[in-house]
Design a protein around this ligand. Structure first.
Ligand code: NAD
Ligand code: LMR
Length: 442
């Protein structure tokens, strides 16, 4: 049977051991001969690789593991690359969240000015990664990308490397489906959904089980409990932190105003920015929650394993791990399975621009994603999407041209920012904080 070589770019990610467990669980569908870990922070990665190797050893001794900071060693002859880089790591995420909040606007990893800041950091390392992969890997290699901010990354890749084999994915739609399935008491795989939007900016328009529309039932449930089961322990640990519980409860807030479709949870930042700021702790944000939670637990687990040889299973990543592996199996085996992923519009939603990177259902084949026709979308959603799309597209132009004015236009168009004056103040503070990472904007 054919075996594959897979590289993980951003091997030092907190998600790495969990993703490796998902890969090990699916070795029959995706037989691997090598796993290469690549990161620019070799020290961090080597600690994480201790845990990743321990997971692999639970399953097999037949997979060669390479831990490297050298691109050629990482990507030579590989079939797949999983990308999960956090450019600037948690220190910069913290600033992306806290600087906007200090101006009383949304401070979030991918939405609002924090997301734009993260985008300004990530495009150039992402292009560098694509170039390494094109230089060293097999011609048929795919990069399956989780690196955020996925929407801006997808636009940057579309514009700068239009022919590259990059599939941009996000676990939020599938995590939302996990909650829907738990509420309906069915398996996630039984759901047949329709969805449209941009990444972190979309709506479920239909949720069927066995051909029966269940969206009305979900609407009734959300009206009482938000998008949570009454027993919250059914939600996998990746979304069990208090900030995520609050986010899934906020689906009620959104649907109380707009009950037509089920929103992606990240829409809370665009539709209720005032409420989000009022209920945020400006001193302790999601970055702190992750550093004190997922990141700390991972490094403690590694330390304990090195001392005792006992590997505590603190990193089963639920849908995050299973989704990237599901998509990759469909790419590798040409299964044509239907998943929600990012694709270039090209008429899928005729009343959005052809060159928009949209998130919709697509069949995943060895040639990449084949989106299903969606049709025109109602004006309210189109108007929201057009504004967000303009903000993200102009941001990528700002990066390419090194243009301060375009960056300011992108910030001003972002719905979380109330005026050009506030947009400028936030942008100027973020420029100062990101000197090491951003292109010069003049
Ligand atoms: P993390 O900080 O724990 O790990 C990221 C790793 O990327 C670090 O080890 C860092 O050194 C490395 N890195 C940074 N720049 C790099 C570069 N240029 N080349 C190679 N490696 C580089 O982050 P995390 O919380 O585990 O998240 C990883 C990524 O996955 C982030 O981009 C995050 O936003 C994204 N993410 C996406 C989803 C989704 O569904 N779209 C969900 C969760 C996380
Ligand atoms: C993370 O897991 O840290 C993010 O990428 C998404 C979140 O949970 O805030």
């Amino acid at each position: 049977m054919k075996t594959y070589k897979l590289a993980v770019a951003g091997g030092g990610s907190t998600y790495t051991p969990g993703i490796i467990r998902s890969l090990m669980d699916r070795l029959e569908d995706l037989p691997l001969s090598e796993i290469r870990f690549y990161d620019i922070d070799g020290e961090r990665q080597s600690k994480v690789v201790v845990a990743a190797k321990a997971v692999i050893e639970e399953y097999t001794d037949k997979i060669k593991v390479i831990d490297t900071t050298d691109p050629q060693t990482a990507f030579e002859d590989v079939d797949f690359v999983f990308a999960q880089m956090r450019v600037g790591k948690y220190a910069m995420r913290e600033l992306d969240e806290k600087i906007p909040l200090s101006h009383h606007v949304v401070g979030q990893e991918t939405c609002g000015p924090g997301g734009l800041a993260y985008g300004l950091r990530t495009i150039s390392p992402m292009i560098e990664l694509i170039d390494y992969v094109e230089k060293y890997a097999k011609e048929t290699a795919w990069i399956v990308n989780y690196s955020n901010p996925a929407s801006i990354v997808a636009e940057g890749v579309r514009k700068l490397r239009p022919n590259s084999r990059v599939l941009n994915i996000c676990d939020m739609p599938v995590a939302t489906m996990r909650n829907i399935a738990a509420i309906l008491g069915v398996e996630r795989e039984e759901l047949d959904v329709d969805y449209f939007g941009l990444n972190h900016f979309g709506w479920f328009t239909s949720i069927k089980v066995d051909g029966v529309e269940r969206l009305p039932e979900i609407r009734e449930h959300v009206y009482k409990h938000g998008l949570l089961t009454e027993d919250v322990s059914k939600i996998d640990y990746r979304h069990a932190d208090s900030s995520w519980i609050k986010t899934f409860k906020n689906i009620k807030l959104i649907m109380d105003h707009f009950p037509e479709y089920l929103p992606n949870p990240y829409l809370q930042y665009y539709l209720f920015p005032d409420h989000i700021v009022e209920t945020s702790n400006k001193e302790y944000t999601r970055a702190n929650e992750v550093m004190d939670g997922r990141e700390k637990t991972l490094f403690e687990t590694v330390d304990k394993y090195e001392e005792t040889g006992i590997l505590e299973d603190s990193f089963a990543v639920g849908v995050h791990g299973t989704f990237i592996v599901d998509v990759t199996v469909s790419l590798a085996q040409n299964l044509g399975k239907r998943y929600l992923v990012m694709v270039e519009n090209n008429g899928t939603i005729p009343n959005l621009p052809n060159d928009a990177m949209i998130e919709v259902p697509a069949l995943i084949t060895s040639d990449g994603p084949k989106p299903e026709f969606v049709g025109d979308i109602p004006y309210f959603y189109k108007a929201m999407i057009d504004q967000q799309l303009a903000s993200e597209k102009i941001l990528v132009q700002a990066i390419v041209e090194g243009s301060y004015e375009k960056a300011l236009q992108a910030f001003t168009l972002n719905k979380t920012l109330p005026s050009a004056k506030v947009a400028k103040a936030v942008l100027d503070d973020l420029i100062e904080a990101n000197k090491e990472f951003w292109p010069t904007l003049t």
